[in-house]
Write a protein of this length. Structure first.
Length: 317
């Protein structure tokens, strides 16, 4: 007599993405749900269907996290009331990091190993299904930021564009400095292809640093309908408001101060922060850096287009 098992094999729901040449796998035995339209078209260009093994694997569970988070163990806390009230905290638990992200109706707690390659994401008990978009926009951004520090990569607070000669340029600056405005106007103009309006990933690939698009954007994201390939980073412009359009090359010392203020630094971990600083110093010797003063209005975009093609001649004018 042949015995048959009454247990049914559980279905595994898997989503694969590729961001900055890093393959990320999200999987769960809890059912997923359709990605909202406002996120689906953005993430479409980051889906991965190849055979490469994942660099980061996150298991998703729709149940309460088995951790008691104490404020005395907290390493970092951040809150942004302007972005759906999102806040997140970082804790150290023996050989792991605990990332707690609190957003409206999408609370998440993740237990991640010290190399940021493997972990488990716990959702609120009330959730019966999970959505990869909310994990990518919340937990994964923190995980990838730290993972790339071990692999010659950094996040820069900048808008990015591709020049006609096939290289990448960045427009770095603090919030409200005009990065999204530049991205929107360049995208509508069509002469320069935009890769991001707020967070560009820069990573060494062989002999050069490459600029990669990312799904994390600010107030403008229509450029993400078309995925642009990574390109060698050649120039970085630190933007500011000015009475006239002007460009000025920067020395190494002042450049480091400016780029440091536009990085996403993991200062809660000395080893990770040191790796990120080392990448910065390498970048200083391989890219050109400039101060860029811009007037309000259309003339600023015309000036940007001119310096992206002929930087040297623009400096001498």
């Amino acid at each position: 007599m042949i015995k048959t098992s009454s247990k049914r094999k559980r279905r595994c729901f898997t989503h694969m993405f590729r961001i900055a040449n890093t393959v990320i796998k999200l999987y769960s035995y809890d059912p997923d749900e359709p990605t909202p339209r406002k996120h689906a078209w953005v993430l479409k260009n980051f889906l991965y269907t190849g055979a490469m093994r994942p660099h980061i694997t996150l298991t998703v569970q729709c149940r309460r996290a088995p951790y008691i988070l104490r404020r005395s163990q907290r390493l970092f806390f951040s809150s942004n009331p302007h972005v759906n009230g999102v806040s997140w905290s970082l804790y150290r638990e023996k050989a792991h990091y605990i990332i707690a992200c609190h957003a409206r109706a999408h609370d998440q707690i993740a237990c991640i190993n010290r190399s940021f390659t493997n972990g488990t994401v716990y959702l609120a008990e009330s959730q019966q299904t999970w959505n990869p978009a909310y994990i990518i926009y919340n937990i994964l951004q923190v995980v990838l930021l730290n993972y790339l520090s071990f692999h010659s990569g950094i996040f820069i607070h900048a808008a990015g564009a591709l020049t006609p000669d096939g290289t990448a340029v960045l427009f770095a600056g603090p919030p409200e400095s005009g990065k999204s405005t530049i991205a929107r106007m360049l995208h509508k103009d069509g002469n320069l292809k935009v890769i991001n309006d707020d967070r560009v990933i820069v990573r060494r690939n062989g002999r050069h640093f490459m600029a990669y698009a990312s799904p994390w954007h600010s107030s403008y994201n229509l450029y993400l309908k078309h995925r642009e390939p990574p390109r060698q980073l050649e120039r970085v412009f630190f933007i500011r408001r000015s009475k006239k359009n002007a460009i000025q090359p920067m020395d190494r010392q002042n450049t480091f101060r400016r780029i440091w203020s536009n990085l996403f630094i993991s200062f809660w971990d000395k080893d990770i922060a040191a790796r990120q600083i080392a990448v910065c110093y390498q970048l200083l010797s391989e890219a050109s850096f400039y101060r860029l003063g811009l007037r309000r209005g259309r003339s600023a975009i015309e000036f940007i287009k001119s310096i992206c093609v002929h930087t040297a001649s623009a400096i001498t004018e």
